[in-house]
Design a binder for this molecule. Structure first.
Ligand code: ADP
Ligand code: MN
Ligand code: MN
Ligand code: MN
Length: 337
């Protein structure tokens, strides 16, 4: 008897890395060990020195193949000395968690995405060659006029649960064809593992339904919401008291910090953070209770309970969750020392 391990990794495509995957057939009882691939085909190596190493770091049941088959998320390493590959952003998340683990950082990420017709690139919720009625009825909407792709969303929930990912919810978004799923609350490394794995599952289900799943930050110019990856964050101290919540929001606005964070929050951030469509402008920093026009929101429940978490509303849908989680852990925990 044999089983399959689907090796999944993040490539070196710029400006936004993408998911790659290939299958290994293993004998029963055989462990999915290190493997390799042709980095010259993934923007991770040159042709004359093309091998890149795959190091399994997180595995879970394969919801598509079922049975004993598994998905294996990998870090990329250099052959020879097994040093961390330059495109491997998970390594820094590991280091941040190692350094600040006693703060018990927890993340909940809200991954927005848009379903597109692959041939035209037009959102699946838009009529062919035309625009739908303006935004308003679509967010959390119900009914065929407002909603496209719910069967994909339902299959994705099912796949995430079968893979035992920490999915915590889904909703239809403000622009037609746009949806969101949430992962969390989990630690600095796990949130990236589960977001990348959940993205992979979503792309696969999109293949089946002949729709492209896009993480573009502003898929439709004009009066249409962009797609973000709001990042909810807490430490043990924040979950216990309000001073730590305020200190966390303040630390994100300290001199130099907004620029440092925006550089890691995904490509096309100026197109999305316009100050319109429930965003703060990219060149301004603010935080406030219940304020969806702020960079950082303190949920009303948190202000009421005087403890909890903050929501950084700035990361783009196309951001790397390892990079976002590393920045937030280092900035907030570093300031709290
Ligand atoms: P929104 O109202 O912004 O749409 P969502 O319900 O989509 O919020 O997402 C909230 C996220 O916050 C969820 O992913 C949840 O897991 C996460 N979350 C809840 N409590 C905490 C906490 N203490 N620390 C970090 N994340 C949290
Ligand atoms: Mn949400
Ligand atoms: Mn949303
Ligand atoms: Mn949100």
């Amino acid at each position: 008897m044999s089983y399959t391990a689907e090796y999944i990794w993040i490539d070196g495509t710029a400006p936004t890395a993408e998911v790659r995957a290939k299958t290994k057939i293993l004998a029963d009882g055989e462990e999915p060990g290190i493997w390799g691939f042709d980095g010259s085909s993934t923007n991770q190596a040159s042709g004359d020195n093309s091998d890149v190493v795959l190091q399994p770091v997180f595995s879970c049941p394969d919801p598509f193949r079922g049975g004993d088959n598994i998905l294996v998320l990998c870090e990329t390493l250099l052959p020879g000395d097994f040093a961390v590959h330059p495109s491997n952003t998970r390594a820094a998340a590991r280091e941040a968690l190692e350094k600040y683990g006693d703060h018990e950082p927890l993340f909940g990420m809200e991954q927005e995405y848009t379903m597109l017709e692959p041939a035209s690139g037009w959102p699946a919720g838009f009529p062919p060659n035309a625009f739908p009625l303006p935004q308003g009825p679509y967010y959390c909407g119900v009914g065929a006029v407002k909603i496209t792709g719910r069967d994909i969303v339902e299959e994705h929930i099912d796949a995430c649960l079968k893979a035992r990912l920490a999915i915590s919810g889904v909703n239809a978004e403000v622009m037609p064809g746009q949806w969101e799923f949430q992962i969390g609350p989990v630690d600095t490394v796990t949130v990236g593992d589960h977001i990348w794995m959940a993205r992979y599952l979503m792309y696969r289900i999109g293949e089946k339904h002949h729709l492209e799943i896009s993480l573009a930050a502003k898929p439709m110019k004009g009066d249409w919401n962009g797609a973000g990856m709001h990042t909810n964050f807490s430490t043990k101290a924040m979950r216990e008291g309000y001073d730590a919540v305020i200190a966390a929001a303040e630390s994100l606005g300290a001199p130099g910090k907004p620029e440092e964070h925006l550089a890691g929050y995904g490509i096309g951030i100026e197109d999305r953070l316009t100050g319109e469509h429930e965003t703060q402008r990219y060149d301004q920093f603010s935080y406030g209770v219940s304020d969806r026009g702020a960079s950082v929101r303190i949920p009303w429940q948190v202000a009421q309970d005087k403890k909890g978490y903050i929501e950084d509303r700035r990361p783009n849908a196309n951001a790397d969750p390892y990079v976002v989680a590393t920045l937030m852990t280092n900035t907030v925990c570093g300031a709290a020392l």
